[in-house]
Design a protein around this ligand. Structure first.
Ligand code: ADP
Ligand code: MG
Length: 298
């Protein structure tokens, strides 16, 4: 799979003291939807700013399109929205996009197509100043897509929107992704990343805590919930199981985290052979939220 962007050991230190991005490395592959997830101040916008050449890196490397073109030329194939949408208030949606076409040197023919994609075709002759924040954000997405970029970069795309507006933006992101455009979005919202992204990079205070598929992040953290008449005995027996990573007692149940995937039957028969009969055995998965809280606990 083609690599769109490769970041290696990236660091950003503001004013010689604030280490906003610490040794971050990850790769963006063509066709996937990536989320950079982290609480406010974790370095998401700084990372995006660096790869878009609006923030200077302190050290490390980033490379667009496998280094085949200069960053300057590569950025012509990148559509990005990293600030609040800003257009001419007294011009219509269509006029604003045509102006962008002139600047980017693309054909006006794309204007209607992109307005339709973001659900604004019927409003194309209305002035920008009459738009809701959600509509402004959708117009910004249409604008970023005018030259059919390889990758669309969005920083907190649903910030400040009402639930309906959030839903519309997320649906649009999914449609754009389904058409083959790679997407990189930064968000502090777990459910946003869980709902729209295939891959996630978790940042906290500039440190990358996890990177991989959203599916694996959840899958790798399955655990068992067990209950038996004597929880102490249950604990002692499980402590001797080679695959057990940690045991947590919670409301009369024992939560068993494994070093590797193990079938429920295996745990059950292991305990039964050692004279423990379970009252309760459930295999559970952490939600991304639990996973995220676990990762960012310290
Ligand atoms: P996020 O987008 O994850 O909320 P940012 O990348 O905006 O985080 O910020 C990361 C850290 O860097 C924060 O502590 C922020 O205050 C600091 N920071 C961001 N931009 C600047 C700047 N221009 N000058 C100084 N500090 C900055
Ligand atoms: Mg930010």
């Amino acid at each position: 799979m083609e690599t769109i962007l490769k970041i290696t050991n990236l660091n950003k230190i503001f004013n010689r003291k604030l280490h906003a991005v610490k040794n971050v490395s990850f790769e963006i592959k063509k066709g996937n939807v990536y989320g950079i997830l982290g609480p406010n101040g974790s370095g998401k916008s700084t990372t995006l700013g660096i790869v878009l050449n609006v923030v200077n890196k302190t050290s490390g490397e980033f490379e667009w399109f496998e280094g085949k073109t200069s960053t300057h030329d590569a950025l012509k194939k990148v559509g990005a929205i990293i600030e609040r949408p800003n257009f001419y208030p007294y011009m219509s949606a269509k006029e604003n996009l045509e102006l962008v076409c002139k600047i980017k040197g693309t054909s006006f023919a794309k204007v209607d197509e992109k307005l339709e994609l973001v659900g604004l075709l019927e409003r194309k002759n209305d002035k920008f100043k009459t738009f809701s924040l959600g509509m402004k954000q959708r117009l910004a997405i249409a604008s970023a897509l005018l030259n059919d970029p390889e990758i669309l970069i969005l920083d907190e795309p649903t910030n400040g929107l009402d639930p309906q507006g959030i839903r519309q933006i997320r649906d649009i992101i999914r449609i754009i992704a389904s058409q083959g455009t790679t997407i990189l979005l930064a968000s502090h919202l777990l459910d946003e990343v869980e709902k729209v992204c295939s891959h996630v990079v978790v940042l906290q205070k500039g440190v990358m805590l996890y990177q991989g598929s959203v599916h694996n992040m959840i899958e790798n953290n399955s655990f068992f919930e067990l209950k038996s008449a004597n929880i102490q005995q249950l604990k002692e027996v499980l402590q001797n199981h080679a695959s057990v990573e940690k045991l947590i007692e919670e409301e009369g149940r024992l939560l068993v985290y494994m070093k590797q995937e193990i079938a429920a039957q295996e745990i059950n028969s292991y305990l039964f052979e050692r004279n423990i009969v379970l009252e309760h055995l459930v295999k559970r998965k952490n939600s991304l939220e639990e996973q995220f809280l676990e990762l960012t606990k310290n």
